[in-house]
Ligand binder design. Structure first.
Ligand code: NIG
Ligand code: FE
Length: 406
């Protein structure tokens, strides 16, 4: 059964825009008084609403009253929302001027979330995930990548990934799981970082494959996590096993994005510390550069050089990094809007970074733009001009969100 949804004051299909590089708002196509025709969750046509009504007289109509601007659903290509507990104590300590080492010494940091997440059952984690996914979905995020990485043992990583699968079956959002067992070497592992990486390759990844729990792996490359040679070994072996790769790169120091490019990773995420060398490397590669403004806001640090990355020709996506430590807010639109004011990103660049460019970071080419054949993942904002959306800095929320035919 065909369904015609509209009329919308403006539809921004985000079609015809390049995958990489800078964009200006004049490049945005706008369909005024538009309608969207869908069938079985897939877009059939985007056009003038009255014209579609005439051409498809038997289509069921979902009428939208009042001014609305329609955008593709957002794709959040980097989150850590499979966690239990809170790190409010870390946040308060950091804001009181305590160092990373002082926070870790008082029991905070990633290991604290590992302890709290290990203490939760799979059912409890599933419940927490469904709540967070549905909050994101109500804010227009229709595809959500979710990492493990607070389990850090074979059994606990599998528990996290199973909870992500359970949660995916309980929501209308599309979920993409990623194994981040290489987040840090767990305190209770008997061996060094290289041995832990080998343990993951030998004992965890085959099980993930066997149960089809994830097709992507991530690694945190940083002085306090994994070094570049262990990371390159891990990613190349994981790729041989059929996993797609992504990297936590250049958050505090460089090295990570170079590994990401060498390993042919789908994305290099963070990039706060990237210099002109890394910017050029990413711009000349197929690896998507992902900026995580929520982590900069949470840690009180500068943003990744988003403007420079775009000007150099990179494919720039924007994701929330929603996690209990560095990015507790998890409001993707608010984070992107606020960062755009400092980094000087055009509306087109922000919308591209939240939609089709973020989909590219997940290697999904069936979404992120509104055109024939793509998924009908969409969101409508109660306003009459697309520029209102970033202007309200995240406080204007979508009034309607659709995933497929729901
Ligand atoms: O992406 N950088 C490493 N991992 C997370 C933080 C996780 C945490 O603090 O729990 C990040 O910012
Ligand atoms: Fe992260």
């Amino acid at each position: 059964m065909k369904k015609l949804i509209g009329p919308f004051t403006q539809i921004l299909p985000l079609t015809g825009l390049p995958l990489k590089g800078a964009l200006n708002d004049e490049q945005l196509q706008i369909v005024a008084n538009g309608g969207i025709l869908i069938e079985d969750g897939v877009i059939i046509a985007v056009d003038d609403f009255e014209k579609l009504r005439r051409n498809y007289p038997s289509a069921q109509i979902e009428e939208i009253t009042g001014d609305h601007v329609l955008l593709p659903g957002f794709v959040d290509c980097h989150t850590h929302i499979c966690f239990a507990g809170s790190r409010a104590k870390d946040y308060a300590m950091r804001n009181s001027g305590k160092s990373y080492l002082e926070i870790a010494a008082s029991g905070g940091g990633i290991w604290d979330s590992v302890t709290q997440t290990r203490a939760a059952t799979e059912a409890e984690l599933t419940h927490l995930l469904v709540q967070r996914i549905n909050r994101h979905l109500s804010e227009g995020v229709t595809t959500i990548e979710i990492k493990s990485g607070y389990g850090l043992s074979v059994a606990e990583e599998l528990k996290q990934l199973k909870a992500i699968h359970q949660a995916a079956n309980k929501t209308h959002a599309h979920i993409v799981p990623t194994c981040l067992a290489a987040h840090i070497k767990p305190k209770d592992f008997d061996g060094n970082e290289s041995e832990y990486i080998k343990h993951l390759l030998n004992d965890l990844l085959p099980k993930i494959k066997q149960h089809d729990l994830a097709s992507r792996v991530d690694i945190f490359i940083e002085q306090k996590a994994f070094n570049t040679s262990d990371a390159l070994f891990y990613l190349s072996r994981a790729k041989q096993m059929g996993f797609e790769a992504t990297v936590h790169a250049d958050q505090f120091s460089t090295g990570g994005s170079e590994v990401a490019v060498k390993a042919g990773a789908a994305s290099a995420d963070h990039l706060e510390a990237s210099s002109d060398y890394e910017i050029k490397l990413l711009a000349n590669s197929d690896t998507v550069a992902v900026t995580l403004p929520g982590a900069s806001l949470g840690l009180g640090m500068g943003y990744a050089p988003a403007r420079k990355l775009l000007d150099a020709g990179a494919c720039l996506a924007i994701a929330s990094d929603w996690n209990p430590g560095s990015a507790p807010m998890g409001d993707l639109l608010m984070e992107a809007s606020v960062m755009a004011a400092t980094e000087k990103l055009s509306t087109a660049e922000v919308f591209a970074g939240l939609t089709y460019r973020a989909a590219q970071a997940l290697k999904l080419n069936d979404r992120g733009i509104l055109t024939k054949g793509k998924l009908a993942d969409m969101q409508a904002y109660p306003c009459n001009d697309y520029r209102e959306i970033l202007y309200h800095q995240g406080k204007l929320k979508p009034a309607h969100v659709w995933t497929g035919d729901r």
